[in-house]
Design a protein. Structure first.
Length: 112
């Protein structure tokens, strides 16, 4: 298991959402900056040879995205918060549907 803390306090809109994830997870320069591209990059979190992220885990391991103060993030950026939850699930569903194990987890740390 590998944990990466995502500085969601830097996210205020869609451009800053994609800037933050691209920077923190090492998405490539050709990253499409939309949630379909985010799902593609995260689906390959255990496949460094795909070149979609510099932050990777070994096959069978989980990449944990730590989100501190999630309720503040949800209040400030509800669209981005909901997309993060939904697309994290989509990554794992996509993998399970092809017989692979889930690769992504969210750790929401903080109180409302």
């Amino acid at each position: 298991m590998r944990t990466v803390t995502i500085p969601v306090e830097k996210i205020v809109d869609w451009p800053s959402f994609h800037d933050t994830f691209q920077r923190e997870l090492g998405f490539p320069n050709f990253y499409g900056r939309n949630m379909n591209a985010w799902i593609d990059c995260m689906t390959s979190a255990d496949a460094p040879s795909d070149g979609l992220s510099t932050v990777t885990v070994e096959p069978g391991e989980i990449l944990v995205l730590r989100i501190d103060q999630p309720f503040e993030f949800r209040h400030r950026c509800p669209e981005q918060y909901d997309a993060l939850i939904e697309c994290t699930a989509a990554v794992n569903v996509r993998r399970v549907e092809v017989g692979e194990s889930p690769v992504l987890d969210l750790l929401l740390v903080g109180r409302s």
